[in-house]
Design a protein around this ligand. Sequence first.
Ligand code: PLP
Length: 473
Amino acid sequence: MMTMSTANQPMLEFIGIDTRYDTADGHNLPRLHLDGAASPLACKVALDTTAELLPHYSNSHSYVHNSAKISTNALAWAHDELLNFLDASPDLYTAIFIGAGTTAAINRVARGLSVARAEKKIVLVSPMEHHANDLPHRQFGNQVHYLPLQGHGALQGAVDLQGMEALFEEHSGNVNYVAVSSVSNVTGIRNPIEKISQIAHKHGALVVVDGAQSVAHGPSELNRLNADFFIFSGHKLYTPFSPGVLVAKKNILQDLPEQDLGGGSVSTVSYYDYQLLATYPDREQSGTPNIAGSIALASVLKRMNKLGLEAVSQHSSRTMTYLVDELKKLPNITFYGDPSLARIGAVSFNHKRIDHGLVAAILNDYYAIAVRNECFCAHPYVSSLLKEELWQLDLSNIADDQQEDYINRKRGMVRISISLYNSTEDVDRLISALTELDTRIDELDKEYQAQNDGSYVHKTFNVDWRSELSFID
Ligand SMILES: Cc1ncc(COP(=O)(O)O)c(C=O)c1O
């Protein structure tokens, strides 16, 4: 269960490393979780912190009774800890806990910037974004233009800075902000955020960074990146019940209108008027925050900081390099994204003969290996990576009325993502399963029913989810 430590530093424990599941061929195996890019397992610190806090738990925004003092101060500590973890100067930045995750925070920023800087109509969005960092920008009346990426087709890389400069020249003075992820949730490719900030700021535009896929894999160095907004979900940092996090430059945030209003963010309110608080983060946090989740997240971040974010980064890149190298040795694997670039946290591939839905289902049902497949809420990006492959599909033996379903079954990938609890032994287990898959596929294929949505369902086997949870009768 103890899975990561550095000399003289406390180990991190994760809940669920030992979970076991029955397999379709009658075994009972420890589950291997390779789906941390969606949500990693919970760090035990989060649970321990919550257990210690709850006897003192009270609503915050008050210093009257003892429990209120403890909760309010602990919440303030959580805000400070967050900035510390991200290396974001408290003079410049504030950290706000907001909504359930990245999605809520990006919507807040997109809505606010479209009003605060309404004269600038254009938003430059990277084409590799999760829907959460694409659709909100389209929704609030902006004209979205997509940034070019380096490379082409299946080999696309990071944001092309020269192409970005050219777009700025073309739309001189009209760009409100650039929205870009620090790391793609599909290919694990990192974007050059520091340079993107320099170019955007030179042209009077702001920078909104979706950090959901980078925060768990090393230092965020916000002061250096100089992003105006940095957003992520606490659940990506081993704290499943955490809120989302919006880190913003205070001098920009103060001009954003349209936040959700209510108690906690205002100083004086009459029937005719109200005054927002001058201080952050209270000014941005109306209503009762997710106090316990925020404090639990901060305690996980503190523990990761103690472990050393460089050590976290090294563990992540060592495991990922090993994973990519081992996957490359397999004969039937197609990778996506520029192969010369390092991957952070996640890598996606397809098996040349077996649909992504079937690979993922077999890994789960026969090997207890949890991976994710399909388009990872980044449909335009995945489609563009797959475009040439889909055009080349041989449909000559597929009936006309089945061609669409056939193509849909090919529209997707298998994603392997790694977290702090994953090791090179886990990679070996995955590679051994994928190797065996090649020899077992004809036998296993017969056990599955292909669905119209691209997934594959085992004809006789499924997890009995009710029996796994005793609280459900
Ligand atoms: C890069 C990226 N952005 C945004 C999100 C959305 O996060 P949430 O569902 O927590 O709002 C995800 C989730 O997978 C992601 O990977």
